[in-house]
Design a binder for this molecule. Structure first.
Ligand SMILES: [Zn+2]
Length: 581
């Protein structure tokens, strides 16, 4: 391709509304343009990179045994009503009624395709002999994000690879899950991304049933807890801590239990201000309803409760914050004054609770708190649990290391779904004994746009983007520095011979100053640059420079093409060494 024949609108200035590096660089390098909040055009360079990422995803899905199909983005709302996802998605689901013929049709735009794919399988799969089956597509998805932002990281319309697997039993599901997990590692490694598979909330199947693939990045919206000493990594919601029930800490100078007036003061912040104490001296008493039974959960004032951990600790199917009537019943007080002393329901506590001497809690009476609350004297606990969000400096659950908290960009997710969709959409199979069972499902997503955005976010320097060969918009840029015949007559055959050798090459044939051409080449981040200039030609050489190397090398004109081919082959091999088998 010749620069003058394509469309590459680069920008000199950093766009004012672009908050993070990936957004700024993708705009400046002429990869994307915003149409409206959450909707972006992929300009030719951006589209090329996206298509290369898409091709890697497709190859690895097929290698893992998944079969491609293409389902409509336009879907009937009834499918979402049957699975309860119309309500679950709420305002995130695009849907509307429109006249068609004499009646009205209620459409939705697919945020994912569990319903559509399960409906197809329900109609055409009926026997264990037809399973397992894994179907995938690479298709545009729609989600009405409340806050689309960060360029193409969070948009209302995006390209997603979604795969769905169907099984007769958990062993079969586990096999495909492992194959998908390995395929995901290969996809992200081939794309040149740093990535971290992290444990995620496991849903209905329980256990080790869900992993997110994260690219660590300080602007990532997800928070990851990981141990630098072992391989443990989990998203914040899922992360366990290695804390154990502490040996009972009895305050040597236990103060008297004292009721203090705290009129209309209910939040941790307000109480700590009024009583001049730190939040970590306070016990938060959260009243939940777990499987219709009230339960009080004690968390240190400065910590956040983790509802998934609470649910697991008490073995509850459902868990929600109790309503005002329940709180009044178990505490005898309105919301905001709950405490463990004399409360009329079961109490469970986080491991950190017994360590608080002379704690401050609600007094189970309106407008009152207790100070000097002492475990063993004022309230009892038989054991403690890991019930809060993990944080930096917590002990690792798998080794004696210390956890750290990092931010990440989620680029993929694998999930053992179970039978949620097959039960609600009647997708069943008959086993060897003609017994009917719901099909067991797994689902697997990759945000294809996010591969590109995460690369832009994490692979750049002060001059612009730095692409890996595998997804670079062009692998090589050939730059003739002047328009004089000797330069052009050297550049043209190098360009055409590289093309004939199937190198993805761009010729910068613009009548521009050398400085402009170099700046744009660095800004866009083509991996390898071949520079032909009048001065070099007098010495009989051209210059090769890799975007990620500081200095160019000089190569005799006659060896230019063969050297480029050799270096490209070496670089490809080097990129592949990072890809797991
Ligand atoms: Zn560890």
């Amino acid at each position: 391709m010749r620069w003058t024949k394509t469309f590459i609108p680069t920008l000199k200035e950093v766009p004012a509304d672009a908050e993070i590096p990936s957004h700024q660089w993708m705009l400046r390098a002429g990869l994307i343009r915003q149409l409206m909040a959450g909707a972006y055009t992929y300009l030719p360079l951006g589209w090329k990179a996206l298509r290369k990422a898409e091709a890697i995803v497709r190859e690895e899905m097929e290698a893992a045994g998944a079969i491609e199909l293409h389902m409509p983005a336009l879907q009937p709302i009834e499918l979402f009503e049957r699975t309860g996802r119309r309500e679950a998605f709420g305002n995130v689901l695009f849907h509307w009624e429109q006249k068609r013929g004499g009646s009205k049709v209620h459409f939705a735009l697919g945020p994912t395709h569990e319903e559509v794919v399960t409906e197809i399988v329900a109609k055409h799969i009926s026997s264990y002999r037809q399973l397992p089956l894994t179907l995938f597509q690479i298709q545009t998805k729609f989600r009405n994000e409340e806050r689309p932002r960060f360029g193409v990281l969070r948009t209302s319309e995006f390209l997603m690879k979604d795969a769905y697997s169907f099984h007769v039993n958990l062993e079969s599901l586990n096999e495909t899950y492992q194959a998908m997990y390995r395929a995901y590692c290969r996809v992200f490694a081939r794309s040149g991304l740093d990535f971290l598979p992290v444990e995620a909330e496991s849903g209905p199947i329980g256990g080790d049933a869900s992993h997110e693939f994260m690219t660590p990045s300080k602007n990532g919206e997800d928070r990851i807890v990981r141990c630098p000493k072992c391989s443990y990594a989990a998203n914040l919601e899922r992360a366990d801590t290695g804390r154990k029930p502490p040996s009972r800490a009895v305050a040597s100078n236990a103060a008297a239990l004292t009721k203090v007036d705290t009129p209309k003061v209910t939040s941790i912040e307000q109480v700590s201000k009024l009583l001049k104490c730190r939040p970590d001296q306070m016990i938060k008493t959260l009243i939940y309803t777990a499987d219709d039974q009230p339960i009080a959960v004690l968390i240190r004032g400065d910590h956040d409760a983790n509802e998934a951990k609470i649910r697991r600790a008490i073995g509850a199917k459902s868990l929600e914050m109790a309503d005002e009537a329940t709180i009044l019943k178990v505490t005898g007080a309105p919301v905001g004054f709950a405490g463990p002393v004399g409360i009329k329901c079961d109490v469970i506590a986080d491991h950190d609770i017994p360590l608080i001497a002379n704690a401050i809690t609600g007094a189970n009476a309106a407008d009152a708190h207790f100070t000097g609350v002492t475990l063993g004297r004022d309230y009892l606990l038989t054991t403690t649990h890991d019930l809060r969000m993990a944080g930096a400096s917590d002990p690792c659950p798998k080794c004696d290391g210390t956890l750290e908290l990092v931010h990440g960009i989620e680029v993929g997710h694998v999930f053992k779904l179970g039978t949620k969709y097959t039960v609600s959409l009647d997708a069943n199979f008959l086993d060897e004994k003609e017994q009917r069972h719901p099909i067991i499902m797994g689902c697997y997503g990759i945000g294809v746009n996010r591969i590109i955005a995460a690369l832009a976010e994490t692979k750049h320097d002060a001059n612009g983007l730095i692409w890996p060969l595998s997804v670079a918009p062009y692998e090589v840029i050939v730059i003739p520095l002047q328009e004089e015949p000797a330069v052009v007559q050297t550049a043209e055959p190098i360009y055409s011979q590289l093309q004939q050798s199937h190198v993805d090459v761009l010729l910068d044939d613009r009548a521009q100053r050398a400085g402009v051409k170099f700046k744009d080449a660095d800004l866009i981040g083509f991996p390898l640059r071949v520079v032909i200039g009048g001065k070099g030609l007098q010495e009989g050489v051209v210059e090769l420079k890799w975007r990620d190397q500081p200095a160019p090398t000089k190569v005799p004109v006659a060896d230019a093409v063969s050297t480029v081919l050799k270096q490209l082959a070496e670089r490809r091999a080097q990129e592949l060494t990072k890809v797991p088998a």
